[in-house]
Design a protein around this ligand. Structure first.
Ligand code: NAP
Length: 291
């Protein structure tokens, strides 16, 4: 074996990869898109707001290989139109990142009345009854797990075509789901039960797909972030959360998410399949969890 096999510029290279990232215009998706495009991949970012995608592509481009694609991941017609665009432009993709997500804050803090040590059962019942609806739950599951499933199915032929071209430097095609550490938490401080459950479901989807797609050598992995600044987390972001509830006492940064994405997308991560990667500065370790 020569040392060329582990030369970092070739081991972590994403040169020539064709990548689709849903929700790539903001937050974590934008971090992944920037890391991959700035290191040589051609990246398509998908979202409903075209102006957001356009400004991200303009601001984050290094090689002018980041392209906006307007679309709604909950619509089959929209997914098929995105696939058709990619089919016409390249005829294959190497990596799909199912990152789009939403959350409703459906679990308000417990009401502990003066003189009592626990929340009255009626207060608990009314808090849970009134803070979410079957519709808000259905929407959360629709974007966070149904959409990643159908988006993956829509891209299967192009992922397979990526493999038939010989992969990218021997790296087989891959689907990455951006889930959350929330999907592992069992503590009662969780801010949204529907969000946590949807993330547990998409984590399982990521594991399941590795087997469902094994005969076609399409890999499936999961990224489970802790706290990163984004549109979604603007409401819960606080100094208290960062200093008390993250052992490293800082939010995740673009280098943290970008480094993990580069590892998984490149030859360095080519043997990784069916696994979950937590990036949370140690946050999950502070809670009772199923991890
Ligand atoms: N930030 C964190 O601390 C954190 C922690 C754990 C997990 N996550 C996960 O990371 C992922 C990215 O979230 P984020 O924190 O970066 O929040 P964000 O900035 O709000 O990103 C969510 C993205 O999803 C897109 N999106 C939502 N609904 C969509 C739809 N129907 N079709 C297409 N795109 C849609 C949004 O774009 P449009 O609105 O323009 O469509 C947006 O770009 C999510 O899955 C989230 O659950 C985040």
């Amino acid at each position: 074996m020569t040392t060329d096999a582990v030369d970092r510029s070739s081991l972590f290279s994403v040169d020539g990869l064709v990548v689709v990232i849903t929700g790539g215009g903001t937050g974590i998706g934008r971090m992944i898109a920037t890391a991959l495009e700035n290191n040589g991949a051609t990246v398509y970012i998908v979202g409903r707001r075209l102006h957001v995608l356009e400004s991200t592509a303009k601001e984050s481009n290094k090689f002018e290989k980041m392209y906006p694609l307007q679309g709604d991941v909950t619509s089959k017609a929209s997914l098929l139109s995105i696939v058709e665009t990619l089919k016409a432009k390249h005829g294959y993709i190497n990596l799909l990142v199912n990152n789009s997500g939403i959350s409703f804050h459906d679990t308000k803090p417990p009401i502990i009345r003066p003189g009592s040590t626990k929340e009255d059962i009626k207060d608990l019942q009314s808090r849970f009854w009134n803070s979410g609806t079957p519709e808000s739950w259905a929407k959360t599951f629709e974007v966070n797990c149904t959409a990643p499933y159908f988006c993956t199915v829509a891209f299967l032929e192009l992922l397979d075509a990526g493999n038939r071209r010989g992969g990218a430097g021997g790296v087989t095609s891959q689907v990455i789901a951006v889930s959350s550490v929330a999907g592992f938490r069992r503590d009662s401080d969780n801010f949204s039960v529907s969000y946590s459950m949807s993330k547990a479901a998409v984590t399982h989807l990521g594991k399941l797909l590795a087997n469902v797609l094994k005969d076609h050598k399409i890999r499936s992995n999961v990224i489970a972030p802790g706290f990163y600044h984004s549109e979604m987390t603007a409401e819960i972001a606080s100094e208290d959360l960062v200093m008390k509830y993250i052992p490293l006492q800082r939010p995740g940064k673009i280098a943290d998410m970008g480094g993990l994405a580069l590892f998984l997308a490149s030859r360095a991560g080519a043997y990784v399949n069916g696994t979950v990667h937590i990036s949370d500065g140690g946050r999950l370790g502070l809670f009772s969890s199923t991890y």
